[in-house]
Design a protein around this ligand. Structure first.
Ligand code: ADP
Length: 186
C-alpha cells in the first residue's frame, strides 16, 4: 500500500520475483483492458481518467477471477488492492475461499511533494492518461480519504510492515526484502 506514485508497481515486480509468485496489479489489469477495448476497460476508463476509483463490484470480481488462476495457487502479491473497506472485506472472503492467508501488508511511506514530482515526470516519459496534474491531485485525495484509513485496519491485525519509500529503487527493494524475509510463510 501507499499513495499513487509511491513506487508500488516498481517494488511489486521485484518482490514477486523474489518469492516466485505473480504480482497482481489492478491498475495494470485495468490498463490492459482499456487498451484492448474490452467492456471492462470501457467501464473502468471513465473512472481512471478522472482519478476516481473503479466501483468495488467491478474491481472485486476482477481480482477474484485473477487469484483463482493456477499461477496464484501457491501465493500472490497484490498491488493496488484492496483500496476500500469493502475491498478489504471481499479479500478476506476470497482468501478464505482459496485457502490462502494474508502474510503481510507492505506500506511504502513517501513525501507528498516528492510524489507529485515523480508522477509528473512519469507523465512525460510514459504518457499515462491519468498523469495530468489535476488528476494526480485528485488521486492523492481519493487515496487519503478511502485507502489510508485501511492501514489502521491492517495494523490492528499486526500485518503492517512500514517501509521508507524514499531513496534509490534498489535501496527500497532491499528494505522491503529485509522486512518480508522475516515474515513466516503461511
Ligand atoms: P496509481 O499509480 O495511482 O497507484 P494504479 O495504476 O494502481 O495507479 O491504478 C490506476 C487507476 O486504476 C486508479 O486511479 C483507479 O481508477 C483504478 N484502480 C486501480 N486499483 C483499484 C482498486 N483496487 N479499486 C478501484 N479502482 C482501482
Amino acid at each position: 500500500m501507499g499513495p499513487p506514485g509511491a513506487g508500488k508497481g516498481t517494488q511489486a515486480k521485484f518482490v514477486a520475483a523474489h518469492f516466485g509468485i505473480p504480482a497482481i496489479s489492478t491498475g495494470d489489469i485495468f490498463r490492459a483492458n482499456v487498451s484492448q477495448g474490452t467492456p471492462l476497460g470501457v467501464e473502468a476508463k471513465r473512472y481512471m481518467d478522472a482519478g476516481e476509483y473503479v466501483p468495488d463490484e467491478v474491481t472485486n470480481r476482477m481480482v477474484r477471477n485473477r487469484i483463482e488462476e493456477p499461477d496464484a495457487a501457491e501465493g500472490f502479491l497484490l498491488d493496488g488492492y484492496p483500496r476500500t473497506l469493502a475491498q478489504v472485506e471481499e479479500l478476506d472472503d476470497m482468501v478464505k475461499h482459496t485457502g490462502h492467508k494474508l502474510d503481510a501488508v507492505v506500506v511504502l511511506t513517501v513525501d507528498q511533494e516528492e510524489i507529485v514530482q515523480r508522477l509528473l515526470q512519469r507523465a512525460l516519459t510514459e504518457g499515462r492518461a491519468d498523469d495530468t496534474e489535476e488528476v494526480i491531485r485528485r488521486r492523492q485525495e481519493v487515496y487519503a480519504e478511502q485507502t489510508q484509513p485501511l492501514i489502521e485496519v491492517y495494523k490492528q491485525r499486526g500485518l503492517v510492515r512500514e517501509i521508507d519509500g524514499l531513496g534509490e529503487v534498489d535501496e527500497v527493494t532491499k528494505r522491503v526484502f529485509n522486512a518480508l524475509d522475516v515474515v513466516p510463510e503461511s
